[in-house]
Write a protein that binds this ligand. Structure first.
Ligand code: ZN
Ligand code: ZN
Length: 146
């Protein structure tokens, strides 16, 4: 990451690595617990939140409000709005930039004179893999194949 004045401390580096390693969204306290397990010096919650804010500002992670958790950005590099598809079954998250949606929101906001600062769209449902598994179990109940 290109440094922009702020330092990337070993702790911050570790926080980012933990969020990126996770295949599902992680909460701040989950991060704290993981860090506590591997470090002698325990990190305080404000330190974790500052680290998470720092990475959000730099567009490396997104916060999922409905889950109170964080997920690594799929196209990091610059701050951007995201549309997150969250699977209710396995909690995996897929990200789309959803340009059409953003244009629609900007248009609606413009009509009412509202200034959009940041928008994260959270969509919940069932991912392709889970949908396929659900399909399989349906088939199995009818005609067991393996
Ligand atoms: Zn992103
Ligand atoms: Zn799923």
């Amino acid at each position: 990451m290109r440094a922009s004045g702020a330092r990337l401390t070993p702790l911050r580096r570790r926080v980012l690595a933990l969020v990126c390693e996770s295949h599902s969204p992680v909460g701040a306290y989950e991060l704290l617990a993981r860090l506590g397990g591997e470090r002698k010096a325990r990190a305080a919650p404000p330190t974790i939140y500052r680290a998470l804010d720092f990475f959000m500002e730099h567009g490396l992670i997104h916060r999922i409000n409905s889950l109170n958790a964080y997920v690594a950005c799929f196209g990091p590099g610059r701050p951007h709005d995201a549309c997150l598809f969250i699977c209710e079954r396995c909690r995996t998250v897929e990200e789309s930039d959803a340009f059409g949606l953003r244009r629609a929101i900007d248009h609606e906001a413009g009509e009412s004179g509202f200034r959009v600062r940041r928008q994260t769209i959270e969509v919940t449902g069932v991912c392709r893999a889970c949908a396929a598994r659900m399909g399989e179990s349906d088939q199995r109940s009818v005609k067991p194949t393996r």
